[in-house]
Design a protein around this ligand. Structure first.
Ligand code: 6LW
Length: 526
């Protein structure tokens, strides 16, 4: 017996989907504009998870896709020796781009196939393989014939031909939410269980009103009868002042011992109604009563701790990475590293504990692929220290950043004074807050640096206070500014993401051949 402390996957791990193959569970989450896209995590016991790979590496062109666009809610399933992931690639500036797609792999570590694009609008696709050998795709989209209905969506079901690799037959609209006037009926997942078809769907939108509802039918195409207990799981009646909000977007899985479980997303507010870690993945038990699934039975909300009877006590293995329990050096091979619209290995070359990070003209404010390597903020209190070699020419900077998006982030940048006013041994550390696209300088100080020095660039988050500073060798961090984290989460900014913390470099738009050397990056969360 092992107890899981929720969240199962802290930090930005939204829209979880799970399946089991033999004794192994596989889980995938949304990644939006970050690459690699759709990490696959594997577990033997639902408790200890390890990264085994990622679904999207170079199959999709991310150029120009704004933050909180990119890869939305995926679904993972396994059928007849093949893994299937269905997902949506969204460009909010161009409806004609991307859309719903399907990829396959025999090894979940990859390689994954090129996308098969599906001719259907909307988001949140899922797929059910029925016992008669057929496959049924489903998803959600805005109700087109009722354009005035605010955020009204409908869940569709249509057969998918595995041989023709396309949707076939008639489409069936089966659901638009359990609650009259519900908005955003979405994240549908269909299951065939003992001859009955179950639909688990989210509604209320992926924020405060988020909820899970269930319906069932005798045929995959409906009609679906809602559970009178709907919504069967939500935290929206608990108010804002609670440990977890926004529970929804559930996916069910049956364990090898016949017990049932669900993963879902939720957010943990702190320092007011702000959830900087984003939408995290939670685990909860499920039982069946009277032909209906009961999520978190006897509790009715996401439990803080979940007992997993068949799990052995987790050891100190790679799964701890996913759970964010490891402190210290984050080596280049750590699967938590991500780039923005580019793979980490295309942005930088691993060297020692760190990276050679070629400077790029792109800034963090551009809808581009900046020289930025980041990890999810997985802890409320965290120290991230990037040790870098200060040797860039005037006009170029290396730094650390706390990133929500190109429009909203806080960055520390270290560079020589571009105007040449300072001596070679005095550089400038500046903290810039980009908020809603508006740039403000929060602090600036001259720091004693000689070209070639190793300096430590530091982000220390304590609750909603994010202190950014620099240690030039004395061991003491010279604080440059403290940013208010309440300006950076999606409650303040909109969008779908939690925060990332990373190291970056830029020449500010000018062509460059420089390389910043990142000696090491440490992440210590508490
Ligand atoms: C996801 C959908 C949602 O596709 O947010 O509003 C989207 N709800 O289920 C991005 O995570």
């Amino acid at each position: 017996m092992t107890v899981v402390t929720n969240p199962l996957l802290p930090g930005c791990h939204p829209d979880p989907s799970i399946c089991r193959v033999g004794d192994d569970y596989y889980l995938v989450v949304s990644t939006f504009e970050y690459l690699p896209g759709l990490p696959i995590l594997r577990s033997r016991d639902l408790v200890t998870w390890e990264h085994v790979g990622a679904v999207v590496t170079d199959q999709i062109d991310y150029a120009g896709v704004p933050s909180s666009g990119g890869l939305y809610a995926p679904t993972i399933r396994h059928h007849d020796g093949t893994f299937y992931v269905v997902c949506t690639f969204v460009d909010p500036t161009d409806d004609a781009r991307g859309g719903n797609f399907l990829v396959t792999a025999t090894d979940p570590a990859g390689p994954w196939s090129a996308p098969v694009w599906l001719d259907v609008a909307g988001i949140d696709p899922s797929i059910l393989f029925t016992s008669d050998g057929r496959a049924w795709m489903h998803g959600t989209r805005l109700v087109e014939h009722e354009p005035d209905w605010f955020h009204q969506t409908e869940v569709w079901v249509r057969e998918y031909s595995l041989t023709e690799q396309r949707l076939v037959g008639d489409e069936h609209v089966v659901w638009n939410g359990a609650v009259r006037g519900a908005v955003w009926a979405e994240a549908p997942h269909l299951y065939e269980i003992d001859g009955t078809f179950y639909l688990v769907a989210a509604e209320g939108g992926t924020e405060y009103h988020h909820a899970v509802s269930v319906a069932r039918a005798q045929h995959v195409t409906g009609p679906y009868e809602g559970n009178k207990a709907n919504p069967v799981l939500t935290h929206r009646h608990l108010g804002h002042d609670v440990d977890v909000v926004g529970i929804g977007h559930a996916d069910l899985v049956e364990a090898a011992d016949g017990s049932w479980w669900a993963v879902c997303l939720g957010m943990r507010p702190y320092g007011g109604y702000h959830y900087n870690l984003g939408r995290e993945t939670f685990l909860l038990p499920v039982v069946w009563e009277d032909g209906w699934p009961v999520l978190a039975p006897g509790v009715g909300r996401v439990p803080r701790e979940v007992e997993v009877p068949f799990a052995d006590a987790p050891g100190p293995d790679a799964g701890a990475l996913a759970r964010g329990e490891l402190g210290g050096v984050v080596p280049p091979g750590d699967p938590r590293w991500t780039g923005v619209r580019a793979l980490p290995d295309s942005l930088a070359t691993p060297r020692g504990d760190g990276w050679d990070l070629p400077v790029r003209p792109a800034t963090l404010e551009d809808v581009d692929a900046p020289a930025f390597l980041g990890v999810r903020q997985q802890h409320v209190d965290v120290d991230v220290v990037a040790t870098v070699v200060a040797d860039l020419p005037a006009g170029e900077v290396v730094g650390v950043a706390v990133r929500q998006s190109e429009h909203d982030h806080v960055r520390l940048e270290l560079g020589r004074d571009a105007d040449g006013a300072a001596s070679d041994d005095v550089w400038t550390a500046t903290v810039v807050h980009v908020r809603g696209g508006e740039r403000t300088e929060l602090g600036r100080r001259a720091v004693p640096v000689t070209a070639g020095d190793e300096v430590r660039l530091v982000v220390s988050a304590r609750g909603q206070d994010y202190a950014l500073g620099i240690d030039t060798g004395s061991g003491d961090v010279l604080e440059v500014a403290v940013a208010d984290g309440r300006t950076l989460d999606t409650v303040a900014t909109g969008g779908f993401l939690g925060l990332w913390i990373g190291v970056w470099a830029s020449s500010g738009g000018t062509a460059t051949t420089s390389t910043a050397h990142v000696v090491s990056v440490t992440y210590d969360g508490a």
